[in-house]
Design a protein around this ligand. Structure first.
Ligand code: NAI
Ligand code: MG
Length: 352
């Protein structure tokens, strides 16, 4: 099959990992009978600095016809982070109703966790993060700016529809995996939105009697990600909590440079977007050492979502084989001295 892919490399190491990883993914797909036809969109902070906008006003219209979107990362030292995020990633996830964000954490063979004593596969869970509202709703304001009585209000928004449309796929995933769902909230302090969220989880759980439900407050969950990560299977979390927990999930399974993510509209009405969990990483931009594997694994999730299971499997297996091979190049974040380019060309010899 052929698929049209909108490629948005973005900023910083986003450009570096996408420019190395995507051509490989495209060739691996082609060798297996799947054509990926990319269109590159040069949107991001450079555009903002020149033209005042991260993407054109009709950006969503231009993306809508594509089968999937691949995003590198956005973020620039000279542009405030809320501008880059609200100027590109959030308009896409919200505008295209990508209400389910799936972020797996898996400890691959050959990768050291900073936690002692874990073998390959013992850390293996997936976070289902609500992706269109919650704490990331653009609701609030500032008054009396700069004065002593300045006030800032930031509201979180939880709707029944969006909460249920995150929780239900999380239960489906749990039913297909180990049969355990951990619901992470902060219902002791956030007595409206989070208690409402808990209520929705309880309602939906009635449809999944085979799934065991565990409830954790987010502070305890943070501790337990470190103390007993092996006990997690599927985690359902709000937009903010899912964001925070997935960086933690990434590092306990070796590196944020290995963490992929999928922003999905499960109805298929709009294109879904795939991206590494990491940002644009100013500290290593230009050094050529960003780990490209999170992007390769994100592309694997993209191909699975497109129904191209064999290409998706090949990419994931190639990454797993490379990581398991002590003599293969690896980037500094996972203890090596290799470059982005060396890692991708080693993968190329394994997969082509
Ligand atoms: P970051 O994820 O860019 O970097 C955090 C740390 O992880 C840094 O030390 C970095 O060197 C390291 N790191 C990240 N990706 C890596 C990779 N592939 N290989 C090796 N090391 C890697 O997060 P940070 O520093 O908080 O944010 C930098 C910028 O990125 C900010 O402007 C932020 O707003 C933006 N950002 C954008 C995201 C997105 O586009 N989805 C997500 C997170 C942050
Ligand atoms: Mg994040």
């Amino acid at each position: 099959m052929a698929h049209d892919i909108a490629v948005i490399p973005g900023d910083g190491i986003g450009r570096e990992v996408v420019s190395e990883a995507f051509p490989l993914v495209r060739d691996v797909a082609e060798a297996r009978g799947t054509t990926l036809a990319p269109t590159e969109f040069d949107w991001g902070s450079e555009r903002y600095l020149e033209e005042g906008e991260m993407m054109p006003e009709d950006g969503l219209d231009r993306l809508e016809a594509y089968d999937s979107i691949l995003l590198g990362a956005v973020g620039h030292p000279d542009v405030p982070d809320h501008v880059t995020l609200h100027g590109l990633r959030l308009p896409i996830t919200k505008g295209f109703d990508q209400h389910v964000c799936r972020r797996p954490s898996y400890l691959f063979e050959g990768v050291d966790s900073p936690l002692r004593g874990y073998d390959a596969g013992e850390i293996d869970f997936v976070v289902y993060r609500q992706n269109t509202e919650g704490e990331y709703a653009h609701v609030g304001g500032r008054e009396h700016e700069g004065s002593d009585n300045e006030v800032a209000v930031q509201s979180a928004v939880f709707t029944r529809e969006a909460t249920e449309r995150l929780v239900r796929p999380a239960f489906e995933a749990a039913a297909a995996r180990e049969g355990k769902l951990t619901n992470v909230t902060k219902s002791n302090a956030q007595a409206y939105g989070m208690v409402f969220w808990d209520d929705v989880v309880e309602e939906v759980s009635a449809d999944y009697p085979g799934v065991e439900v565990e409830r954790l407050l987010v502070d305890a969950a943070s501790m337990d990600f470190v103390r007993r990560p092996e006990e997690f299977d599927v985690i359902a979390a709000s937009n903010l909590f899912g964001d925070v927990l997935t960086d933690l999930g990434a590092i306990i399974s070796g590196s944020i440079g290995l963490a992929p993510s999928a922003n999905v509209d499960p109805t298929g009405t709009y294109p879904s977007m795939f991206e590494p969990v990491h940002g644009s990483a100013f500290d290593i931009t230009g050094d050529g050492v960003a780990n490209p594997l999170a992007t390769v694994l994100s592309c694997s999730m993209m191909l699975r979502n497109l129904g191209e299971e064999d290409v998706a499997d090949a990419l994931r297996e190639g990454v797993a084989a490379q990581l398991a091979d002590e003599s293969a190049p690896r980037t500094p974040d996972i203890g090596g001295e290799g470059t982005t380019e060396e890692v991708v060309s080693d993968l190329r010899t394994r997969l082509l």
